[in-house]
Design a protein around this ligand. Structure first.
Ligand code: HEC
Length: 124
């Protein structure tokens, strides 16, 4: 039970951090952010594909993404583990705010990525 409480508190706090309506409700029309399932293959990869791979795919990372690749699991795992993925999408100080020049991810997408990291950033 104790194990469950901390992530839940974290999600609530993360959910309140950005307060624009669009950011609060990641899935337009539903008003619901489902962080119960956070698989790399079905949740994380699609978010990265939509918002990050224009600059961080294997083929363009060197020219557009500062050499940082976020296409394959092994590369994403590196940035999940070293905190830079979380720091950059949360626009935390000390990190480069991502997506670069493109606002922020919805708070729901941020919550999903953070939940995946909290669960160990598995290749699932
Ligand atoms: C328009 C191009 C562009 C897009 C889109 C973009 N990035 Fe980046 N990203 C960069 C560049 C260039 C750098 C390296 C220079 C810098 O830090 O600004 C970078 C750096 C990073 C870093 C390292 C930051 C740090 O402070 O160590 C991470 C992590 C990252 N990006 C993740 C993402 C994620 C996740 C997304 C999608 C939500 C994303 N980026 C979208 C261009 C982009």
């Amino acid at each position: 039970m104790k194990k469950l409480v901390l992530p839940i508190v974290f999600f609530i706090l993360a959910g309140c951090y950005y307060d624009s309506e669009e950011a609060l409700y990641g899935k337009p029309g539903t008003g619901v952010c489902d962080t119960s399932v956070t698989k790399f293959s079905t949740q994380i990869k699609p978010i990265l594909s939509s918002y990050c791979l224009t600059c961080h795919s294997n083929s363009v990372a060197l020219s557009s993404g500062g050499g940082i690749k976020l296409q394959d699991y092994a590369n994403v795992k590196t940035y999940a583990d070293n905190g830079r993925l979380k720091g950059s999408i949360e626009h935390s100080s000390g990190f480069s705010a991502m997506p670069k020049g493109g606002g922020t991810l919805s708070s729901c997408d941020i919550s999903i990525i953070n939940a995946w990291i909290t669960k160990g950033a598995l290749n699932d």
